[in-house]
Design a protein around this ligand. Structure first.
Ligand SMILES: Cc1cc2nc3c(=O)[nH]c(=O)nc-3n(C[C@H](O)[C@H](O)[C@H](O)COP(=O)(O)OP(=O)(O)OC[C@H]3O[C@@H](n4cnc5c(N)ncnc54)[C@H](O)[C@@H]3O)c2cc1C
Length: 455
């Protein structure tokens, strides 16, 4: 089948939000994401009074939810204010990969100790997603099913990666064609890494689970409570929404890439935005499940990673990619690319039915124009106001890890325990260039190389 035949077959299958710009800016309503489909989370009421707390957390994504949970566990009075509902931002729209490794060590060179403490903490807490689910009984379809980097030829970088992470005590190996066939069910790859760590999670349920657990431990959470102002109030801050306010000594902003906030606009200039899209198929038939990815690992193609995939607890294939400029709303195109890859990788699928259930987009906020070097940032915006933002594409593990670490530092009044250096917001240069580079150059080139079998 040609790409245009795939496209015709898919067109009209999925619900589409009628505003194309909403796809470009990653703000299609969260109900279009494939993740809430499995379970609707509660809607938290808007703040409608003036109250007080020790800490106000602005934004209930993976960062804000984990921060609030850990603060509540530490006995801190915490109030969370969320513009929409928990998990409505990038956290309810991501690809569900739990990657327990660092893609680049370069940003650690800026740490006072060259990142020694950060790396030790990261390695020790690499199972944080699964640990939090277990500890708080969160039902987030989390599975430590492992990961595979799969390549069509030998890459020295994969060998270096195995050596480096083995030295940290990770359970992973270089694998060849035979093991890859067993794990993935395809002959398409000849070299790779099998990580017996990491896996998948439903990030929307995970975020909402952390919020529910925080409430259970005494936190207050308000949805539909967009923060409009953050004003000094004696030695504290008054954080205002349209219908109420919270006075607290400490404010932590966890709003990720949501620019346009009237308060502390300098934060929006610290990031390189990049839109990404996600897709979920309808639950697969038994025949297809027997063929595709029988080990149920999180699969990433190396080096381009154009069609990363997981199979979730509802037996759906879920993938994510970066759309070309002006093409973010084209669900049929992106699903057609994915299907073509899938049928080429698994010719035994024949014409088995694989249908699209949902298509959505979301914004990532990156601290670096080098995709892999995008580490989260901890900013000191003013005395008593911090921002924990810019998680790039690495929020599932980094979000709860940095949220938990910051909560412990705040609760113990020990800023020296923060893993991230405390920085002053600094505008990045040419914020649009990163998106242009990836969407106009790298992705189209990678698709072409993939099509011509040049990877
Ligand atoms: C398509 C896609 C695929 C991805 N895949 C992966 C992956 O596989 N693995 C991975 O680890 N990461 C992945 N990511 C990245 C990951 O989702 C993010 O790094 C992570 O969700 C960031 O979490 P956060 O809490 O910082 O931000 P968000 O989840 O965006 O939360 C910010 C919250 O702040 C709220 N807010 C904004 N302004 C205000 C205001 N004024 N008042 C109150 N609330 C406000 C928003 O409504 C939002 O809920 C992906 C992202 C996308 C978009």
């Amino acid at each position: 089948m040609s790409w245009s035949e795939y496209r015709r077959a898919v067109a009209g299958q999925v619900p589409v939000f009628p505003v194309a710009d909403a796809y470009e800016s990653g703000v299609v309503p969260i109900r279009f994401s494939g993740w809430p489909l499995s379970q609707q989370a509660p809607a938290y009421p808007a703040l409608d009074q003036d109250i007080a707390a020790d800490v106000v957390v602005v934004g209930a994504g993976l960062a804000g939810a984990s921060l609030a949970l850990r603060l509540a566990e530490n006995g801190v009075r915490v109030v969370v204010l969320e513009a929409d509902q928990p998990g409505s931002g990038a956290s309810g729209r991501n690809a569900g990969h739990v990657q327990p490794y660092l893609a680049s060590f370069a940003p650690l060179r800026a740490h006072a100790d060259q990142g020694r403490r950060f790396t030790e903490y990261f390695v020790e807490h690499r199972d944080i997603v699964f640990d939090l689910c277990r500890k708080h009984g969160l039902e987030a379809d989390a599975a430590k099913s492992g990961m595979v980097d799969a390549a069509c030829r030998r890459h020295g970088a994969l060998e270096d990666k195995v050596k480096r992470w083995k030295d940290f005590g990770y359970d992973l190996d270089l694998v060849g064609a035979e093991q890859l066939r067993e794990l993935l069910g395809t002959d398409a790859y000849s070299h790779g890494i099998h990580w017996r760590e990491g896996g998948r999670v439903n990030p929307y349920l995970f975020t909402n689970g952390m919020i529910a657990a925080a409430i259970g431990l005494g936190a207050r959470v308000h949805g539909n409570s967009c923060v409009q102002a953050c004003e000094p109030n004696g030695a504290s801050w008054r954080v205002r929404t349209a219908t109420g306010s919270v006075v607290a000594q400490q404010v932590v902003i966890c709003t990720n890439g949501h620019a346009g906030n009237a308060f502390f606009p300098e934060l929006a200039r610290t990031q390189f935005p990049l839109v990404a899209c996600g897709m979920a198929t309808r639950p697969l038939s038994r025949d297809v499940l027997d063929i595709v990815n029988p080990a149920r690992v999180t699969l990433m193609q190396y080096p381009a990673g154009l069609y990363p995939l997981i199979i979730d607890g509802r037996d759906r294939l879920i993938t994510a990619t970066i759309p070309g400029v002006g093409r973010a709303q084209r669900a049929a195109d992106h699903f057609a690319y994915f299907l073509r890859y899938l049928r080429r990788t698994y010719p035994q699928l024949g014409d088995a039915r694989i249908e699209l259930e949902s298509y959505w987009t979301g914004m990532t906020a990156n601290s670096s124009s080098d995709y892999e070097a995008s580490y989260p940032k901890l900013y000191r915006v003013a005395d008593g106001v911090l921002a924990l933002i810019n998680f790039g594409s690495w929020g599932n593990v980094m979000g709860p890890m940095m949220g938990t670490n910051l909560a412990d530092a705040l609760a113990g009044d020990r800023f020296q325990d923060c893993l991230l250096p405390l920085e002053t917001p600094k505008a990045v240069q040419f914020p649009g260039l990163f998106e242009t580079k990836i969407r106009r150059v790298l992705i189209p080139a990678a698709r072409l190389a993939d099509r011509l079998n040049l990877v």
